[in-house]
Design a protein around this ligand. Structure first.
Ligand code: HEC
Ligand code: HEC
Ligand code: HEC
Ligand code: HEC
Length: 288
Protein backbone atom coordinates (compact mmCIF):
# COMPACT_ATOMS: atom_id res chain seq x y z
CA UNK A 1 0.00 0.00 0.00
CA UNK A 2 1.49 3.34 -0.96
CA UNK A 3 1.59 6.22 1.47
CA UNK A 4 -1.27 8.14 -0.15
CA UNK A 5 -3.51 5.08 0.05
CA UNK A 6 -2.49 4.39 3.61
CA UNK A 7 -3.33 7.98 4.52
CA UNK A 8 -6.67 7.64 2.76
CA UNK A 9 -7.42 4.51 4.77
CA UNK A 10 -6.49 6.24 8.00
CA UNK A 11 -8.68 9.18 6.99
CA UNK A 12 -11.62 6.88 6.26
CA UNK A 13 -11.10 4.99 9.50
CA UNK A 14 -11.06 8.26 11.40
CA UNK A 15 -14.23 9.43 9.69
CA UNK A 16 -15.99 6.14 10.45
CA UNK A 17 -14.90 6.23 14.07
CA UNK A 18 -16.19 9.78 14.37
CA UNK A 19 -19.48 8.80 12.71
CA UNK A 20 -20.09 5.73 14.88
CA UNK A 21 -19.24 7.80 17.93
CA UNK A 22 -21.98 10.33 17.22
CA UNK A 23 -25.09 10.10 19.34
CA UNK A 24 -27.14 9.71 16.17
CA UNK A 25 -30.76 8.93 16.86
CA UNK A 26 -33.18 9.13 13.99
CA UNK A 27 -36.78 8.12 13.47
CA UNK A 28 -36.07 4.56 14.72
CA UNK A 29 -35.70 5.97 18.23
CA UNK A 30 -38.87 8.07 18.01
CA UNK A 31 -42.56 7.40 18.62
CA UNK A 32 -42.92 7.44 14.80
CA UNK A 33 -41.34 3.96 14.74
CA UNK A 34 -44.58 1.98 14.93
CA UNK A 35 -43.08 -1.43 14.07
CA UNK A 36 -41.83 -4.08 16.50
CA UNK A 37 -38.38 -2.49 16.90
CA UNK A 38 -39.73 0.66 18.54
CA UNK A 39 -38.69 1.07 22.16
CA UNK A 40 -39.23 3.51 24.99
CA UNK A 41 -42.44 5.02 26.34
CA UNK A 42 -45.39 6.51 24.47
CA UNK A 43 -45.50 10.26 23.94
CA UNK A 44 -47.58 10.44 27.13
CA UNK A 45 -45.19 8.32 29.19
CA UNK A 46 -47.19 5.06 29.05
CA UNK A 47 -46.67 1.90 26.97
CA UNK A 48 -45.90 2.96 23.40
CA UNK A 49 -48.03 2.17 20.38
CA UNK A 50 -46.59 -0.78 18.50
CA UNK A 51 -47.87 -2.92 15.63
CA UNK A 52 -46.82 -6.58 15.56
CA UNK A 53 -47.21 -7.00 11.78
CA UNK A 54 -43.85 -5.60 10.68
CA UNK A 55 -40.38 -4.54 11.76
CA UNK A 56 -40.28 -1.89 9.04
CA UNK A 57 -40.51 1.79 9.93
CA UNK A 58 -41.06 3.79 6.76
CA UNK A 59 -43.93 1.61 5.48
CA UNK A 60 -46.47 3.25 7.80
CA UNK A 61 -46.02 6.43 5.75
CA UNK A 62 -44.10 5.75 2.52
CA UNK A 63 -44.05 3.15 -0.24
CA UNK A 64 -41.56 2.98 -3.12
CA UNK A 65 -44.42 2.20 -5.54
CA UNK A 66 -48.14 2.73 -5.80
CA UNK A 67 -48.55 5.54 -3.25
CA UNK A 68 -51.35 8.10 -3.11
CA UNK A 69 -50.46 11.07 -5.31
CA UNK A 70 -53.64 12.94 -4.34
CA UNK A 71 -51.55 15.44 -2.36
CA UNK A 72 -47.94 16.62 -2.71
CA UNK A 73 -46.44 14.30 -0.08
CA UNK A 74 -43.49 12.10 -1.06
CA UNK A 75 -44.41 8.48 -1.97
CA UNK A 76 -47.34 8.51 0.42
CA UNK A 77 -48.57 5.09 1.58
CA UNK A 78 -51.76 6.13 3.30
CA UNK A 79 -55.33 6.83 2.23
CA UNK A 80 -56.09 10.54 2.44
CA UNK A 81 -59.27 11.87 4.06
CA UNK A 82 -61.82 14.14 2.44
CA UNK A 83 -60.63 17.73 3.16
CA UNK A 84 -64.27 18.74 3.67
CA UNK A 85 -64.43 16.80 6.96
CA UNK A 86 -62.21 19.34 8.75
CA UNK A 87 -63.20 22.57 10.47
CA UNK A 88 -60.30 24.90 9.75
CA UNK A 89 -58.80 27.46 12.15
CA UNK A 90 -60.34 30.48 10.43
CA UNK A 91 -63.79 29.24 11.46
CA UNK A 92 -62.92 30.37 14.99
CA UNK A 93 -63.42 33.91 13.73
CA UNK A 94 -60.53 35.78 15.36
CA UNK A 95 -60.35 39.40 14.20
CA UNK A 96 -56.63 39.24 13.44
CA UNK A 97 -56.28 36.49 10.84
CA UNK A 98 -55.22 38.04 7.52
CA UNK A 99 -53.82 35.14 5.48
CA UNK A 100 -55.83 33.24 2.90
CA UNK A 101 -56.92 29.77 3.87
CA UNK A 102 -56.55 26.74 1.61
CA UNK A 103 -58.31 23.37 1.94
CA UNK A 104 -56.60 20.97 4.31
CA UNK A 105 -54.09 19.38 1.94
CA UNK A 106 -50.38 19.33 1.12
CA UNK A 107 -48.30 17.56 3.76
CA UNK A 108 -50.82 18.35 6.53
CA UNK A 109 -53.48 15.96 5.27
CA UNK A 110 -50.82 13.23 5.44
CA UNK A 111 -50.11 13.93 9.12
CA UNK A 112 -53.82 14.06 9.80
CA UNK A 113 -54.30 10.60 8.25
CA UNK A 114 -53.16 9.39 11.70
CA UNK A 115 -53.48 12.46 13.89
CA UNK A 116 -57.18 13.18 13.28
CA UNK A 117 -57.99 9.80 14.85
CA UNK A 118 -60.35 8.71 12.06
CA UNK A 119 -58.14 6.08 10.40
CA UNK A 120 -56.17 3.12 11.70
CA UNK A 121 -52.42 3.73 11.69
CA UNK A 122 -51.90 0.35 10.00
CA UNK A 123 -54.22 1.39 7.18
CA UNK A 124 -51.56 1.54 4.49
CA UNK A 125 -51.94 1.21 0.72
CA UNK A 126 -49.03 -1.11 -0.06
CA UNK A 127 -47.95 -3.47 2.71
CA UNK A 128 -44.38 -4.84 2.73
CA UNK A 129 -43.67 -7.77 0.39
CA UNK A 130 -45.48 -8.77 -2.79
CA UNK A 131 -48.94 -7.45 -3.41
CA UNK A 132 -51.03 -4.79 -1.73
CA UNK A 133 -53.68 -5.24 0.94
CA UNK A 134 -55.45 -1.89 0.89
CA UNK A 135 -56.41 -0.88 3.46
CA UNK A 136 -54.05 -2.39 5.93
CA UNK A 137 -51.76 -5.29 6.67
CA UNK A 138 -52.89 -8.89 6.29
CA UNK A 139 -51.64 -9.69 9.81
CA UNK A 140 -50.77 -7.87 13.01
CA UNK A 141 -52.27 -6.41 16.20
CA UNK A 142 -51.66 -3.25 18.20
CA UNK A 143 -50.39 -2.90 21.74
CA UNK A 144 -49.84 0.28 23.74
CA UNK A 145 -51.77 2.80 25.83
CA UNK A 146 -52.49 5.42 23.19
CA UNK A 147 -54.28 3.32 20.60
CA UNK A 148 -58.00 2.38 20.63
CA UNK A 149 -57.38 -1.37 20.82
CA UNK A 150 -55.53 -4.45 19.49
CA UNK A 151 -57.58 -4.60 16.29
CA UNK A 152 -58.49 -0.89 16.09
CA UNK A 153 -55.32 1.03 15.31
CA UNK A 154 -56.72 4.54 15.57
CA UNK A 155 -55.05 6.98 17.97
CA UNK A 156 -56.92 6.93 21.30
CA UNK A 157 -59.59 9.66 21.40
CA UNK A 158 -58.68 11.47 24.62
CA UNK A 159 -54.95 12.10 24.05
CA UNK A 160 -53.49 15.46 22.99
CA UNK A 161 -51.78 13.80 19.98
CA UNK A 162 -55.24 13.12 18.53
CA UNK A 163 -56.09 16.50 17.01
CA UNK A 164 -59.51 15.38 15.78
CA UNK A 165 -61.18 16.92 12.73
CA UNK A 166 -61.97 20.24 14.44
CA UNK A 167 -58.78 22.26 13.89
CA UNK A 168 -60.04 25.51 15.44
CA UNK A 169 -57.98 24.79 18.57
CA UNK A 170 -54.75 24.16 16.65
CA UNK A 171 -52.21 26.60 15.15
CA UNK A 172 -53.49 27.46 11.65
CA UNK A 173 -52.32 25.22 8.81
CA UNK A 174 -53.08 25.60 5.13
CA UNK A 175 -52.58 29.29 5.92
CA UNK A 176 -50.83 31.72 3.62
CA UNK A 177 -47.54 32.90 5.13
CA UNK A 178 -46.87 36.52 5.94
CA UNK A 179 -50.12 37.90 7.34
CA UNK A 180 -51.56 38.42 3.87
CA UNK A 181 -48.83 37.21 1.58
CA UNK A 182 -45.67 38.43 -0.09
CA UNK A 183 -45.76 42.02 -1.25
CA UNK A 184 -42.53 42.30 -3.19
CA UNK A 185 -39.78 40.07 -4.49
CA UNK A 186 -36.16 41.02 -4.20
CA UNK A 187 -34.13 38.91 -6.61
CA UNK A 188 -30.77 39.17 -4.87
CA UNK A 189 -30.86 37.24 -2.58
CA UNK A 190 -34.24 35.83 -3.61
CA UNK A 191 -36.34 37.10 -0.77
CA UNK A 192 -39.99 37.97 -0.36
CA UNK A 193 -41.11 40.81 1.84
CA UNK A 194 -44.17 40.04 3.86
CA UNK A 195 -47.24 42.25 3.63
CA UNK A 196 -47.29 42.39 7.40
CA UNK A 197 -44.02 43.44 9.12
CA UNK A 198 -44.95 41.12 12.00
CA UNK A 199 -43.52 38.23 9.94
CA UNK A 200 -39.95 37.22 9.08
CA UNK A 201 -38.81 37.56 5.46
CA UNK A 202 -39.22 34.45 3.35
CA UNK A 203 -36.44 33.09 1.13
CA UNK A 204 -37.07 31.10 -2.01
CA UNK A 205 -35.29 29.22 -4.75
CA UNK A 206 -36.54 27.50 -7.87
CA UNK A 207 -36.04 23.84 -8.61
CA UNK A 208 -37.53 22.05 -11.63
CA UNK A 209 -39.44 25.25 -12.32
CA UNK A 210 -41.14 25.18 -8.93
CA UNK A 211 -40.73 27.44 -5.95
CA UNK A 212 -39.20 26.15 -2.71
CA UNK A 213 -39.68 28.46 0.27
CA UNK A 214 -38.21 28.76 3.74
CA UNK A 215 -37.57 31.08 6.66
CA UNK A 216 -33.95 30.90 7.79
CA UNK A 217 -33.81 30.09 11.47
CA UNK A 218 -31.03 32.66 11.91
CA UNK A 219 -32.49 35.36 9.66
CA UNK A 220 -32.06 38.01 12.34
CA UNK A 221 -28.28 37.57 12.16
CA UNK A 222 -28.11 37.14 8.38
CA UNK A 223 -28.70 33.38 8.10
CA UNK A 224 -26.75 30.97 5.88
CA UNK A 225 -28.94 31.27 2.77
CA UNK A 226 -29.22 27.47 2.55
CA UNK A 227 -32.60 25.72 2.78
CA UNK A 228 -32.15 22.98 5.36
CA UNK A 229 -34.43 20.77 7.44
CA UNK A 230 -33.61 22.76 10.56
CA UNK A 231 -35.10 25.90 9.02
CA UNK A 232 -38.83 26.56 8.84
CA UNK A 233 -40.10 25.05 5.58
CA UNK A 234 -43.02 26.65 3.75
CA UNK A 235 -45.12 24.83 1.17
CA UNK A 236 -46.36 26.02 -2.22
CA UNK A 237 -50.07 25.56 -2.60
CA UNK A 238 -51.56 25.28 -6.07
CA UNK A 239 -48.06 25.56 -7.56
CA UNK A 240 -49.13 25.53 -11.20
CA UNK A 241 -51.36 28.59 -11.10
CA UNK A 242 -50.50 30.35 -7.89
CA UNK A 243 -53.11 30.85 -5.24
CA UNK A 244 -56.42 31.89 -6.83
CA UNK A 245 -56.33 35.63 -7.38
CA UNK A 246 -52.54 35.82 -7.01
CA UNK A 247 -50.08 36.17 -9.85
CA UNK A 248 -47.31 34.21 -8.12
CA UNK A 249 -47.34 30.86 -6.32
CA UNK A 250 -47.61 31.40 -2.60
CA UNK A 251 -45.88 29.95 0.47
CA UNK A 252 -48.14 28.36 3.10
CA UNK A 253 -47.66 27.09 6.63
CA UNK A 254 -48.33 23.34 7.06
CA UNK A 255 -47.70 20.82 9.87
CA UNK A 256 -44.22 20.05 8.55
CA UNK A 257 -43.26 23.75 8.60
CA UNK A 258 -42.73 23.32 12.33
CA UNK A 259 -42.29 19.54 12.61
CA UNK A 260 -39.92 17.15 10.81
CA UNK A 261 -41.60 13.75 11.32
CA UNK A 262 -38.20 12.00 11.26
CA UNK A 263 -36.19 14.04 13.74
CA UNK A 264 -35.22 13.36 17.34
CA UNK A 265 -33.10 16.53 17.41
CA UNK A 266 -35.74 18.36 19.45
CA UNK A 267 -38.72 17.11 21.49
CA UNK A 268 -42.05 16.73 19.67
CA UNK A 269 -40.33 16.50 16.26
CA UNK A 270 -39.73 20.25 16.16
CA UNK A 271 -37.43 21.54 13.41
CA UNK A 272 -36.28 24.35 15.70
CA UNK A 273 -36.11 24.10 19.47
CA UNK A 274 -38.71 26.11 21.31
CA UNK A 275 -36.69 26.02 24.53
CA UNK A 276 -32.98 26.54 23.68
CA UNK A 277 -33.99 30.06 22.73
CA UNK A 278 -37.25 30.65 24.59
CA UNK A 279 -40.06 30.22 22.03
CA UNK A 280 -37.37 30.13 19.35
CA UNK A 281 -39.65 28.32 16.88
CA UNK A 282 -42.50 30.80 17.26
CA UNK A 283 -40.11 33.76 17.01
CA UNK A 284 -38.59 32.41 13.79
CA UNK A 285 -41.77 33.40 11.93
CA UNK A 286 -43.47 35.89 14.24
CA UNK A 287 -41.77 39.23 14.88
CA UNK A 288 -42.99 39.82 18.42
C1 HEC B 1 -44.98 9.01 10.50
C2 HEC B 1 -44.88 9.14 9.07
C3 HEC B 1 -43.52 8.98 8.45
C4 HEC B 1 -42.63 7.97 8.61
C5 HEC B 1 -42.76 6.77 9.50
C6 HEC B 1 -41.54 8.25 7.71
N1 HEC B 1 -41.77 9.41 7.03
FE1 HEC B 1 -40.59 10.24 5.59
N2 HEC B 1 -41.88 11.78 5.40
C7 HEC B 1 -43.08 11.89 6.05
C8 HEC B 1 -43.72 13.12 5.65
C9 HEC B 1 -45.06 13.62 6.14
C10 HEC B 1 -42.85 13.73 4.74
C11 HEC B 1 -42.99 15.11 4.09
C12 HEC B 1 -42.30 16.06 5.04
C13 HEC B 1 -41.78 17.31 4.44
O1 HEC B 1 -42.46 17.92 3.63
O2 HEC B 1 -40.68 17.73 4.83
C14 HEC B 1 -41.71 12.87 4.59
C15 HEC B 1 -40.63 13.13 3.76
C16 HEC B 1 -39.61 12.25 3.54
C17 HEC B 1 -38.53 12.50 2.61
C18 HEC B 1 -38.34 13.74 1.76
C19 HEC B 1 -38.08 14.95 2.61
C20 HEC B 1 -36.91 14.81 3.53
O3 HEC B 1 -37.09 15.11 4.73
O4 HEC B 1 -35.83 14.36 3.11
C21 HEC B 1 -37.73 11.41 2.65
C22 HEC B 1 -36.47 11.19 1.85
C23 HEC B 1 -38.31 10.48 3.62
N3 HEC B 1 -39.46 11.04 4.14
C24 HEC B 1 -37.77 9.25 3.94
C25 HEC B 1 -38.24 8.43 4.96
C26 HEC B 1 -37.63 7.18 5.33
C27 HEC B 1 -36.42 6.56 4.67
C28 HEC B 1 -38.37 6.66 6.36
C29 HEC B 1 -38.11 5.40 7.17
C30 HEC B 1 -36.78 5.26 7.76
C31 HEC B 1 -39.44 7.61 6.62
N4 HEC B 1 -39.32 8.66 5.75
C32 HEC B 1 -40.41 7.43 7.57
C33 HEC B 1 -43.60 11.01 6.97
C34 HEC B 1 -42.98 9.88 7.44
C1 HEC C 1 -44.00 28.75 9.96
C2 HEC C 1 -44.10 30.06 10.52
C3 HEC C 1 -44.82 30.13 11.84
C4 HEC C 1 -44.40 29.61 13.04
C5 HEC C 1 -43.13 28.83 13.30
C6 HEC C 1 -45.40 29.97 14.00
N1 HEC C 1 -46.40 30.66 13.41
FE1 HEC C 1 -48.05 31.37 14.30
N2 HEC C 1 -48.78 31.97 12.52
C7 HEC C 1 -48.11 31.90 11.33
C8 HEC C 1 -48.96 32.41 10.28
C9 HEC C 1 -48.61 32.55 8.81
C10 HEC C 1 -50.18 32.79 10.90
C11 HEC C 1 -51.39 33.40 10.23
C12 HEC C 1 -51.35 34.89 10.44
C13 HEC C 1 -52.37 35.65 9.64
O1 HEC C 1 -52.64 35.26 8.50
O2 HEC C 1 -52.89 36.65 10.16
C14 HEC C 1 -50.01 32.52 12.31
C15 HEC C 1 -50.96 32.79 13.26
C16 HEC C 1 -50.75 32.73 14.62
C17 HEC C 1 -51.63 33.28 15.61
C18 HEC C 1 -52.81 34.17 15.39
C19 HEC C 1 -53.97 33.62 14.71
C20 HEC C 1 -55.04 34.68 14.59
O3 HEC C 1 -56.16 34.26 14.79
O4 HEC C 1 -54.79 35.85 14.28
C21 HEC C 1 -51.07 33.01 16.83
C22 HEC C 1 -51.62 33.38 18.18
C23 HEC C 1 -49.86 32.29 16.57
N3 HEC C 1 -49.68 32.13 15.22
C24 HEC C 1 -49.00 31.83 17.54
C25 HEC C 1 -47.87 31.08 17.31
C26 HEC C 1 -47.09 30.44 18.34
C27 HEC C 1 -47.38 30.53 19.83
C28 HEC C 1 -46.08 29.80 17.72
C29 HEC C 1 -45.06 28.89 18.33
C30 HEC C 1 -45.61 27.73 19.05
C31 HEC C 1 -46.22 30.06 16.30
N4 HEC C 1 -47.31 30.82 16.08
C32 HEC C 1 -45.34 29.60 15.34
C33 HEC C 1 -46.85 31.41 11.14
C34 HEC C 1 -46.10 30.79 12.08
C1 HEC D 1 -48.66 6.46 10.70
C2 HEC D 1 -49.31 7.33 11.64
C3 HEC D 1 -48.71 8.70 11.85
C4 HEC D 1 -48.48 9.67 10.91
C5 HEC D 1 -48.78 9.63 9.43
C6 HEC D 1 -47.93 10.80 11.61
N1 HEC D 1 -47.83 10.50 12.94
FE1 HEC D 1 -47.19 11.74 14.39
N2 HEC D 1 -47.47 10.30 15.79
C7 HEC D 1 -47.96 9.04 15.54
C8 HEC D 1 -47.96 8.27 16.76
C9 HEC D 1 -48.41 6.84 16.94
C10 HEC D 1 -47.46 9.11 17.77
C11 HEC D 1 -47.24 8.77 19.24
C12 HEC D 1 -48.52 8.85 20.00
C13 HEC D 1 -48.32 8.46 21.44
O1 HEC D 1 -47.35 7.79 21.77
O2 HEC D 1 -49.16 8.88 22.23
C14 HEC D 1 -47.16 10.38 17.12
C15 HEC D 1 -46.68 11.48 17.78
C16 HEC D 1 -46.45 12.70 17.20
C17 HEC D 1 -46.04 13.88 17.89
C18 HEC D 1 -45.82 14.01 19.39
C19 HEC D 1 -44.48 13.52 19.81
C20 HEC D 1 -44.25 13.67 21.27
O3 HEC D 1 -43.15 13.28 21.71
O4 HEC D 1 -45.11 14.17 22.00
C21 HEC D 1 -45.91 14.87 16.97
C22 HEC D 1 -45.47 16.28 17.21
C23 HEC D 1 -46.26 14.31 15.69
N3 HEC D 1 -46.57 12.99 15.86
C24 HEC D 1 -46.28 15.04 14.52
C25 HEC D 1 -46.58 14.50 13.28
C26 HEC D 1 -46.53 15.25 12.05
C27 HEC D 1 -46.21 16.72 11.96
C28 HEC D 1 -46.84 14.39 11.05
C29 HEC D 1 -46.81 14.67 9.56
C30 HEC D 1 -45.60 15.34 9.08
C31 HEC D 1 -47.13 13.11 11.66
N4 HEC D 1 -46.93 13.22 13.02
C32 HEC D 1 -47.55 11.97 10.99
C33 HEC D 1 -48.37 8.55 14.32
C34 HEC D 1 -48.30 9.23 13.13
C1 HEC E 1 -46.63 26.81 13.84
C2 HEC E 1 -45.95 25.63 14.27
C3 HEC E 1 -46.74 24.34 14.31
C4 HEC E 1 -47.57 23.84 13.36
C5 HEC E 1 -47.94 24.45 12.01
C6 HEC E 1 -48.01 22.56 13.86
N1 HEC E 1 -47.47 22.31 15.09
FE1 HEC E 1 -47.68 20.64 16.18
N2 HEC E 1 -46.64 21.48 17.70
C7 HEC E 1 -45.96 22.67 17.63
C8 HEC E 1 -45.25 22.89 18.86
C9 HEC E 1 -44.39 24.08 19.21
C10 HEC E 1 -45.53 21.77 19.69
C11 HEC E 1 -45.02 21.51 21.12
C12 HEC E 1 -46.10 21.88 22.09
C13 HEC E 1 -45.72 21.55 23.50
O1 HEC E 1 -44.54 21.62 23.85
O2 HEC E 1 -46.64 21.20 24.25
C14 HEC E 1 -46.40 20.91 18.92
C15 HEC E 1 -46.91 19.70 19.40
C16 HEC E 1 -47.60 18.79 18.61
C17 HEC E 1 -48.07 17.51 19.06
C18 HEC E 1 -47.91 16.96 20.47
C19 HEC E 1 -48.95 17.59 21.35
C20 HEC E 1 -48.46 17.93 22.72
O3 HEC E 1 -48.78 19.05 23.18
O4 HEC E 1 -47.77 17.13 23.31
C21 HEC E 1 -48.65 16.89 17.98
C22 HEC E 1 -49.26 15.51 17.94
C23 HEC E 1 -48.57 17.82 16.87
N3 HEC E 1 -47.93 18.96 17.29
C24 HEC E 1 -49.02 17.53 15.61
C25 HEC E 1 -49.19 18.50 14.63
C26 HEC E 1 -49.93 18.28 13.41
C27 HEC E 1 -50.56 16.98 12.99
C28 HEC E 1 -49.92 19.47 12.74
C29 HEC E 1 -50.67 19.83 11.47
C30 HEC E 1 -52.11 19.55 11.49
C31 HEC E 1 -49.14 20.41 13.53
N4 HEC E 1 -48.72 19.79 14.67
C32 HEC E 1 -48.87 21.72 13.16
C33 HEC E 1 -45.95 23.53 16.55
C34 HEC E 1 -46.69 23.39 15.40
Amino acid sequence: MNIARTLRWIGLGGALAAWSGLAWAGIAESVHNLGVTGSGPSANGGIRNQFSGTAEICVFCHTPHGGDAGAAIPLWNRNLSDPAQYTTYDQLGTSTLDGQVADVGSVSIGCLSCHDGTQAMDSVINEPGSGADNPGFSAGVWSGDDVVGPSDGRLAPAIVQNLGTDLTNDHPIGIQYGGGGISASNPNPPQGETTDPDFAPVLYKQSNGRYLWWVDKDWRTGGDGVRSKTDVILYTRDAANGYPGQAEPEPFVECASCHDPHTTENPTFLRISNTETPSGLCLTCHVK
